[in-house]
Ligand binder design. Structure first.
Ligand code: AGP
Length: 617
């Protein structure tokens, strides 16, 4: 999950690297560091525990010159999140510096071998083993810098994206990836590295997405007047490859807060626009002539296996309800981390649908690779173009909501559910289960959702008041039924991840089988109680809570009279069809968690222990 940036070219590297780290800070913020080679060929490393801003404080007044450098923002895996374990790490004799994202699984025996050969270690990380090994092989086997990196990588097990500097070759960066993302940006006489394109797009939109087991040597003419840079791309086995440059269209303003206090608030509030963009791109993906490969995947499926993590998994449960109801196709939903290891039954006619905002979640990626080996086809629903999951899938539908930077996923969820529900409607229509007119009505209603969300967003005040009550609670329950059971799960996840209040999502009727024992004044219950065929059943569940002096906060439909009478606080959402209601109903719960976190003074965009992109299992 860490973030990597690299630069080689004609300008000073430090400002590029630090700005890039700020863009990648969503990937981890335990420590940050930078390595630069200055004009005299000295390798300077500065690092700091904590955020990129702490690094900037540490580095000021130091020699920050040099037009070659690498940098890192860390989410700790091996070794505590402290200064000693911050990247970049240096080799024994200080010749090499490395930054790494991933986990080296066989680091222990390698470390032991290096120890026996006189190397001493200054950190507890798996990463330091890699840089020590490169230097060891350089010396022992008289290998060139790129050769020694390649030889080292052949000895590693696990996942990595790395960038390495060698002060004896001050005009070169060697980088490679396996299981962790890495891209190269191609500018005018300058080259960039990034864990994704976000640190690069303000300099160039020409991007090379490295494949797994690719190694790249970025070099610059040592004659400083020449201003020439070059890229040698090869596999770990030394086969040369032709780099494929793609044009990306990422607007830099999408990476800024745009006047909001937090990215999360911005991303919640921009859902009318992001959903409109999603619907527009769906028109091309599912309604145009390009849609046939996707529908032929669906139509040849006997069964659907949905796999995802976190919020994306919640979108998967909504999809299960929609696919089974509208397309009458059996659906299983699995956490990717369970699916990949529990030896599930996978047959050739199975369609795996992988859902991922980032497209880089390690477990989801591994799950689809495992399913493909067993003969399943894979359709992914993803937000980040060119990321690993789409590249490993047979087909992809992009949600197209632009970069989601807040660690708590918001606009990605509404878009994922929109894509999946649209698929269910169209698939149901092709299977003759949803009629022409039902499908037309639902699609029209889907088109109206951005406007309905905008209307809902005008009620921030009511939600802020509910947040006051929740902010004092040590624990909360979220309940819903049918399509809104996954909304309860997602609402609870939002609250716990950014406000650190324990919250549990539950199907409302299951309360009687245990959780109702917890009901007290101290534990508010948030209910999603909008109009649905089982609204009356939910009303009974709320009465059971009220009868035990529970406090109820509710999301209700316009015109509701029953739940509003029982609730201690409520927010009203426009009436929509039950199958579309999750897209609307989650929005007040996103805002609720946001306001609670703000009231508690929590760091909304960078909650403790979390990172946006979970590229380690
Ligand atoms: C939710 O707010 C979290 N950011 C997290 O649960 C996230 O949804 C999960 O890590 C999956 O990420 P992905 O969609 O990028 O695969």
């Amino acid at each position: 999950m860490c973030g990597i940036v690299g630069y080689i070219g004609k300008r000073q590297a430090y400002p590029v690297l630090v700005k890039g780290l700020h863009r990648l800070e969503y990937r981890g913020y335990d420590s940050a560091g930078v390595a630069l080679i200055n004009g005299e060929g000295q390798l300077n490393v500065y690092k700091s525990q904590g955020k990129v801003s702490d690094l900037e404080d540490t580095a000021q007044h130091q020699d920050l010159t040099g037009s070659v450098g690498i940098a890192h923002t860390r989410w700790a895996t091996h070794g505590e999140p402290n200064f000693r374990n911050a990247h970049p790490h240096l080799s024994q004799y200080g010749r090499l510096a490395i930054v790494h994202n991933g986990i080296i699984e066989n680091y222990a025996p390698l470390r032991e071998m290096l120890r026996q050969n006189g190397r001493t270690f200054k950190s507890d990380t798996d990463t330091e083993v890699v840089v020590q090994l490169i230097e060891y092989l350089q010396e022992k086997q008289q290998l060139s810098f790129p050769q020694s990196v390649r030889r080292t990588l052949q000895m590693l097990q696990g996942s990595y994206a790395i960038a390495v500097l060698d002060k004896n070759q001050p005009d070169t960066i060697v980088a490679a990836r396996k299981g962790s993302p890495l891209v190269v940006g191609v500018g005018d006489s300058e080259l960039f590295l990034g864990s994704d394109a976000s640190p690069i797009v303000e300099y160039t939109n020409r991007i090379i997405y490295l494949d797994d087991e690719d190694m790249v040597v970025l070099h610059r003419e040592s004659d400083s007047n020449a201003n020439e840079v070059g890229i040698d791309l090869m596999t770990l086995h030394g086969e040369h490859k032709q780099p494929r440059i793609e044009q990306v269209t990422l607007d830099v303003s999408q990476l800024e807060k745009g006047g909001y206090d937090h990215f999360m608030l911005k991303e919640i509030c921009e859902q009318p626009q992001s959903l409109r963009a999603c619907l527009l791109s769906l028109r091309q993906a599912l309604f145009g002539s390009d849609s046939e490969p996707i529908f032929s995947l669906l139509q040849s499926a006997n069964r659907v296996l949905i796999t995802a993590c976190g919020t994306s998994w919640h979108a998967g449960i909504v999809a299960k309800y929609a696919f089974e109801q509208m397309a009458r196709i059996p659906v299983d939903v699995d956490y990717a981390s369970e699916f990949r290891y529990r030896n599930p039954v996978i047959n050739e006619g199975d369609l795996v649908i992988a859902i991922s905002q980032s497209g880089e979640t390690a477990d989801t990626l591994a799950a689809i690779e495992m399913a493909k080996k067993q003969g399943a086809k894979v359709l992914s629903i993803c937000n980040v173009i060119g990321s690993s999951i789409p590249r490993a899938s047979d087909q992809t539908i992009y949600t197209m909501v632009g970069p989601e930077i807040g660690v708590a996923s918001t606009k990605a969820f509404t878009a994922q559910v929109t894509v999946l529900t649209t698929l269910a409607i169209l698939w149901g229509k092709r299977r003759g289960i949803v009629s022409e007119s039902e499908s037309a009505d639902l699609l029209k209603e889907l088109d109206s959702l951005p406007g309905q969300i905008a209307k809902m967003l005008t009620q921030k005040e009511a939600i802020r008041q509910m947040a006051q009550t929740l902010s004092f609670a040590p624990s909360c329950l979220y309940i819903g039924r049918g399509y809104n059971y996954p909304v309860a799960l997602e609402g609870a996840l939002k609250l716990k991840e950014i406000s650190y209040i324990h919250a549990e999502g539950y199907p409302a009727s299951e309360m009687k089988h245990g959780p109702i024992a917890l009901i007290s004044q101290e534990m508010p219950v948030v209910t999603i109680a909008t109009q649905s065929p089982i609204y009356d059943k939910l009303v009974s569940n709320i009465q059971e809570i009220r009868a035990r002096q529970g406090r109820v906060m509710a999301v209700v439909s316009e015109g509701d009279t029953e739940v509003v009478r029982m609730a201690d606080g409520y927010v009203v959402v426009p009436c929509v069809s039950d199958c579309l209601s999750p897209i609307l109903n989650i929005v007040p719960l996103q805002l609720l968690s946001y306001y609670v976190a703000c009231l508690k003074g929590c760091n909304v965009d960078q909650p403790r222990n979390l990172a946006k992109s979970v590229t380690v299992e």
